[in-house]
Design a protein around this ligand. Structure first.
Ligand SMILES: Cc1cc2nc3c(=O)[nH]c(=O)nc-3n(C[C@H](O)[C@H](O)[C@H](O)COP(=O)(O)OP(=O)(O)OC[C@H]3O[C@@H](n4cnc5c(N)ncnc54)[C@H](O)[C@@H]3O)c2cc1C
Length: 481
């Protein structure tokens, strides 16, 4: 196994560096009181808790470039941070106080909307939900959508190549970006803000930065694709006998309404029970309880109401085939939101349910049932009483598999088994030809495991790219690679 790229320094950030940064960004751009720094240093799931002497909040690309130049000269590592909703520790500093956080929150302008080119140029600190709203206001759709959309920022979305609930139809973030502006590790600025759908003039450099989790450059702005806004949307919640039926139901949906299948989410019953126990205002969608459910959204451009009939036909035919046990179709936008709340609340509900070990894996869609059956059997044999909590974007082959400790185990004992549980789960994923990180990235959480599962030549190529773009390893060291 090849070694990780080493972190460069472990001493405190020199006072003169902090002073020079303050001169660039002013008092407004500096947070240095420990109480105010604290929230930037804690991860969403509270599983990483770092320390920095300064959170710098530049207000422009020029300020970012100047801050990076100062840090590069002094060899001070920088942790880029957007909304800090990442779940793999990528936006968290290390514990030794040797780094600074660069937060993009003040860079939140929409620079341009070009309706004829169907693009929007935004700064990195724009909150995803705000971008969705701005697109909606000009009668367009920006389709990236995920549970953290009220807090996560587009710079973070690009840097993690975020997925979410509409990848099935629109692709992940990578597919939604036409251009980027990036500050490189030496403080130089690459303005690649081109709104081109075709540009074959060599390597597609923007793709290097998308998904690189802040290790190759700091994204300061992006040109995003806008899409036609659907005029008719149907949201359905169906109980299915098992994951195999869910996969078949997706295939039937594609045959019935084609590309209009926008979201297709799998939810195990235990997820709804956790929601009902821990999240206010969640409603159990169907009268009876079942073991497995699917939440589907179908969206098209026809007159409002036209999609309901084909969706009813699809569900009716699937019920006759035994693929659907029960189903409801939302009668209003409010009811659709209620159904989505069931799905979107699962991550938060899991914060309250005792120790659980999280996995964000992908396998070919056709092999999801095999993955779920195999992994549950393997873990039950080793840890009797373990509860497999399964949900996720089944249409993308992306399963969040977050088993919870047996009732008679202490949290600490179960977390002590984390490495062993990961090995069981990820070995099965690898055997099925899957990935150990479908959409959350590697960060600190999966950095070392990636070296177990990715081919050595891929890790070598990544290390060569990192060395070429950040030879002194000052951009988010210790993450990804
Ligand atoms: C409730 C909940 C639901 C979620 N659902 C999904 C989901 O469905 N799909 C999904 O993919 N993710 C999901 N996530 C994970 C997370 O929201 C995404 O990874 C999101 O894209 C992170 O954006 P952020 O602005 O919070 O980034 P941060 O957490 O601040 O940073 C994430 C990474 O990007 C780097 N980074 C941030 N900004 C920049 C920048 N401007 N330039 C360079 N590097 C940068 C950071 O250093 C870090 O490595 C969910 C998280 C939560 C809490």
């Amino acid at each position: 196994m090849n070694a990780p790229v080493e972190r460069p320094r472990r001493s405190a950030v020199p006072a003169d560096v902090l002073a020079r940064i303050r001169q660039v960004v002013g008092d407004k751009g500096c947070i240095d009181s420990p109480a105010e720094i604290e929230p930037f240093c804690i991860a969403w799931r509270d599983n990483w808790h770092g320390s920095v002497p300064l959170v710098v909040r530049p207000s422009s690309t020029a300020e970012v470039a100047e801050v990076v130049r100062i840090c590069a000269e002094a060899g001070v590592p920088i942790v880029p941070q957007g909304g800090n909703t990442g779940v793999t520790g990528g936006s968290q500093p290390h514990e030794d106080g040797s780094e600074i956080i660069l937060s993009t929150g003040r860079m939140n302008k929409v620079r341009e909307i070009d309706l004829l080119n169907e693009t929007m140029t935004v700064e990195a600190g724009c909150v995803l939900a705000e971008i969705q709203n701005q697109a909606d206001a000009v009668d367009r759709l920006f389709p990236l959508s995920l549970g953290a959309e009220g807090s996560c920022q587009i710079g973070g979305n690009l840097s993690t190549n975020a997925g979410g609930v509409q990848v099935l139809r629109y692709g992940n973030t990578r597919n939604l970006v036409l251009g980027v502006e990036v500050v490189l590790a030496d403080g130089s600025v690459w303005n690649g803000l081109r709104g081109l759908r075709k540009d074959n003039t060599g390597y597609d450099l923007k793709q290097l930065f998308i998904g690189s989790e802040g290790t190759l450059g700091i994204v300061t702005a992006a040109v995003l694709r806008l899409l036609p806004k659907p005029s008719d949307t149907v949201t359905a919640f169906a109980a299915v006998p098992d994951p195999q039926a869910a996969v078949k139901l997706l295939a039937r949906a594609r045959s019935a309404v084609g590309e209009q299948v926008t979201s297709f989410e799998l939810i195990e019953r235990i997820c709804i029970d956790l929601d009902l126990a821990h999240i206010p205002d969640v409603v159990d969608p169907l009268g009876a309880t079942y073991e497995w459910y699917v939440l589907a959204e179908i969206a098209g451009q026809g007159a409002p109401g036209t999609l309901r009939e084909p969706v009813e036909d699809w569900l009716g035919a699937a019920a006759e085939e035994g693929l659907v046990l029960d189903a409801t179709i939302a009668a209003s936008a409010g009811q659709a939101a209620q159904l989505w709340k069931v799905r979107e609340s699962v991550s938060e509900a899991q914060l309250h349910c005792g120790a659980s070990i999280k996995h964000d894996v992908s396998v070919p869609v056709s092999r999801i049932p095999e993955f779920i059956a195999t992994v549950n059997a393997a873990l039950a044999a080793r840890y009797p009483g373990i509860k497999g909590v399964t949900f996720g974007h089944i249409g993308d082959g992306n399963i969040h598999f977050n088993p919870v400790r047996p009732d008679d185990w202490a949290d600490a004992d179960f977390y002590g088994e984390r490495e062993n549980v990961n090995r069981v789960v990820h070995d099965i994923v690898a055997e099925i030809g899957g990935s150990i990180s479908a959409e959350h990235g590697l960060g600190r959480l999966r950095r070392d495991e990636a070296r177990l599962y990715k081919p050595k030549i891929e890790m070598d190529l990544m290390a060569r790219i990192k060395r070429a773009l950040d030879p002194d390893n000052i951009l988010n060291p210790g993450k990804v690679i």
